[in-house]
Design a protein. Sequence first.
Length: 454
Amino acid sequence: METKGVAASSQYSNQYPNLYPSFEQSAAVTPEQQPIAIGVPQQPPPIVGVLQQPPPPMAMAQPVAPAWLLPGYPSSASFVHMGPGLDTGVRVRLGETVLKYANEKPFREYNFVIEVLGMEHTLCGRYSAFERPMSEWTDDFPKDWFHFAYNYTTNDDNVAQRARELRAFLERALNQHDEGRRLGSAVTHAALQVASSSPMASALYAVAAERKRVADAARAVEAARLAAIATEQRDDCAFAQTFNSMIAYSSVPPGALTTITFPRPQQFELRNKLGGWGDAVIKGPGGHPWFKLVRTNPSFFGELFKNAHFAITTMSGEVLLVLQEKFRCMNFEYDLFRIDPRTRMHVPVCKIVRSCVDNFMRINDKYRIEHYNQVGLHGTVTCSGSWPNQFTLLAGGAVVASVNKQLVSLTDTYHVQIAAHTDVLLFVGIACAIDRIHHEVEDERGRQESRRRR
């Protein structure tokens, strides 16, 4: 056992007196949510609320990136120089393997050189001396369950193979993504034959503390990022509750179509048969309730009562969008109307049509969307795919909304992803209308099948 190199142990002992010292971290300030323009959009609004990106990766002392700092941590060890901080990598070199004798029985002594902060420490011992303490570190200690069938004492090839496996294990274990817990453990120091008051012990404590500090800083950045996203989600939900009332105090002329758009994609959850009895809550990002779908002419006769009226409202009950269905034989139509908050006029928005002629002998249902005003859109709206799985809505050939059904759920649950700078109210309404038509078509097919069986 040998330790050599830089003897300035007091520098690390003074700087890191404990294994896990506390460090003050600075958190990124959450950007303020900017108001979104209402009415006819001109240029897409600038993206707001985007966190400042973390600083670029620092210069590396070795060509391999730091495994414990990057996502997708690999099993191999790696090192990095932390800029003005410490080199937190631990390197292990293979030394000699010496044939020795104890009680006239031969055995192999393995030597490894451990490098930390420019210091070197020699670890030596036989395989069994490493196996007992180091097997507790991880489950991948190099073991050969059929070692009795091989000669690991005098066969140089087998000895060299075991030495390489031990070196790789040591380097991997000492660079584990554990925030420095292993390097700062006295049990680890004992297994590495490092004296508690030696300069190498101080160096290991210093590296452990630096890894903990870096991990704490990364957690603070991630917490700030998640907090900013949560703030954006709450602000977007609150804006959706008030934007329609704001039109009454804006310069938008009465009867004009308006849009509600956001500079980032929004995902909504549509649960169960939205056209059934009772109200349905439409949840937005973060699980916040954005809208309610209510039946404005409910009937206890349920599905026997056709040509129903539905409305999408705010959570307080303010009507934003009206859906009027017209079902005749196997032709299904839905008319969508926006409500002018000043005049309470029904402003036509679009019509969704599923005709029996268009869907004759088709596997996937075909829907035709007739948009009366291209405000907020670029080109006509078309459909692609099969509802409710991998169903997309396109405007001018670009995907503006996609619908996918949740595979594991007690009720029918759909996720509607709406692109940035796209009218979320319009496409949530289109998704609700298609969901209602889809369930009516399925129910009609079931009734026809029942009549054929009689």
